[in-house]
Design a protein around this ligand. Structure first.
Ligand code: AMP
Length: 440
């Protein structure tokens, strides 16, 4: 299908052509006509499906159609996003797709100066992309006027709930006019999301987009059992001996990210880190440098990596395993996109044994383990050996289970069925019926 039947204006069609898009993605095909009709929408779609253009294009068209009265300076479309990175990226999309339209846009988020944002808001903004916390600051300082909002978008709504923004979102909504169009995008449609939707959507249309299953099949996963103290050496070895051009490396903590960055640089490998202690400028620069290939390694924490739009990454390395098993799926979804083969490598030491088990339980299959010659783990650190007493001693999660009732799994979220690893999805909380329906 081409873009023509979707009913987008010539200015937007030009912007689409500038981008080189020839056909709409499934979420765009379904969402654009509904949004143009003025419907409320609840959409299950992950990063990578083209969801941003799916709501940005029709939103810009609606704003362009009903010109603003010259007196008002308030915001006309509000897009809430969980992280600064995502807010920035969505704003970039607004700019890209709206390049032939006379609409002003702005992103506001914490970690950067408040004053310049307030000044830009005073000059008038049509489309505001914001993280909830900073937007509340602007509301309390009366530096933003949301009384004329016509369209509200909640992007990555499940992430926002996970990050504890629900009260902030409620407070923000209370300042909006009750007559408006609402669009909710979320990677999962959990019962919490459903509750949120019931509260603020009016008679919504629901669309569900299958995660990019095909890309999943293209991700090879492997675990390298290794001593904790030798992880950096092993990573360096793989990068150098296989001449990796670009790799995204995940660490659990900000300090771990900084430490690893320093060590890789000492090994003459161009590396940058991206995490929430970095200034926004530093984060934006790091991402831009990585995207244009000026740096070889990007080290990121889970939170900082959320919503990062980096395409075609051949390698993702888990320098540490995540505490939350679902983050593993999210991390490895960063590779194997856009029809490229991807490799997800986890460096796992003895103390990560439980975390590895939780991930394998979530994936419902063991991950292949491969020891690298010269980096074989010591007996104590070897995760391929059952830890002593493991079979006779129940773990903490099992101990919490009541007799006759299965224990809760040690990872957060629902048990997942029918999903495969590396599907490019971030959270697999859908039921098996749900995901098989999505696949059809
Ligand atoms: P998103 O899911 O919004 O994060 O988008 C993922 C990527 O897909 C972005 O880099 C977009 O530039 C790209 N994209 C969006 N729509 C299309 C399209 N119709 N054809 C090709 N690429 C697209």
């Amino acid at each position: 299908m081409s873009f023509e039947p979707l009913g987008l204006s010539p200015d937007l069609m030009r912007a689409i052509k500038d981008q080189g898009y020839t056909e709409p993605t499934p979420v765009q095909e379904q969402a654009i006509p509904l949004i143009l009709e003025g419907r409320d929408l609840m959409a299950r779609a992950q990063t990578g499906t083209g969801k941003t253009a799916g709501f940005t294009l029709p939103l810009l068209q609606l704003l362009g159609k009903n010109a603003r009265s010259s007196k008002r300076r308030g915001v006309r479309a509000l897009i809430l996003a969980p992280t600064r990175e995502l807010a920035n990226q969505v704003r970039e999309s607004v700019r890209t797709y709206g390049r032939h339209l006379p609409l002003k846009s702005l992103a506001v988020f914490g970690g950067v100066g408040f004053g310049p944002q307030a000044q830009a808001l005073r000059r008038g903004v049509d489309v505001l992309v914001a993280t909830p916390g900073r937007l509340l600051d602007h509301l309390s300082q009366r530096t933003v006027d949301l009384s004329g909002v016509e369209i509200l978008v909640l992007d990555e709504a499940d992430r926002m709930l996970d990050m504890g923004f629900i009260n902030d979102i409620r407070k923000i909504m209370a300042t909006l006019p009750s007559k408006r169009q609402n669009l909710l995008f979320s990677a999962t449609l959990s019962s919490e999301i459903q509750k949120l939707a019931n509260n603020f959507l009016t008679n919504p249309m629901k669309i569900e987009i299958a995660p990019r299953e095909k890309t999943a099949d293209r991700v090879t996963q492997v675990v390298h059992p290794v001593d904790r103290s030798r992880k950096t050496a092993l990573l360096t070895h793989r990068i150098v001996s296989e001449s990796w051009k670009q790799v995204l490396v995940f660490t659990r903590t900000k300090r771990g990210a900084d430490r690893l960055t320093k060590k890789l640089r000492e090994n003459q490998i161009a590396t940058v880190a991206i995490h929430s202690d970095k200034t926004q400028g530093a984060r934006t620069r790091a991402l831009a440098d990585f995207k244009r290939g000026a740096t070889r390694v990007l080290v990121a924490t889970d939170i900082a990596a959320r919503g990062l739009d980096i395409e075609q990454l051949p390698h993702v390395v888990n320098f540490d395993l995540p505490y939350v098993a679902e983050d593993y799926v999210h991390r490895i979804g960063r590779t194997g996109r856009a029809g490229m083969d991807g490799q997800a490598i986890s460096l796992v030491c003895g103390e990560e044994h439980k975390l590895l088990q939780a991930i394998e339980r979530l994936l419902e299959k063991p991950l292949p383990k491969e020891k690298v010659t010269g980096f074989e783990p010591s007996l104590r650190e070897d995760v391929t050996r059952a830890p002593r007493g493991a079979s006779s001693r129940p773990d903490a999660a099992q101990r919490r289970g009541r007799p006759g009732h299965p224990a809760r799994p040690a990872f957060r979220g629902k048990r997942v069925k029918g999903s495969t690893a590396g599907s490019g999805t971030r959270r697999w909380s859908s039921s098996s019926a749900d995901s098989s329906r999505a696949r059809r």
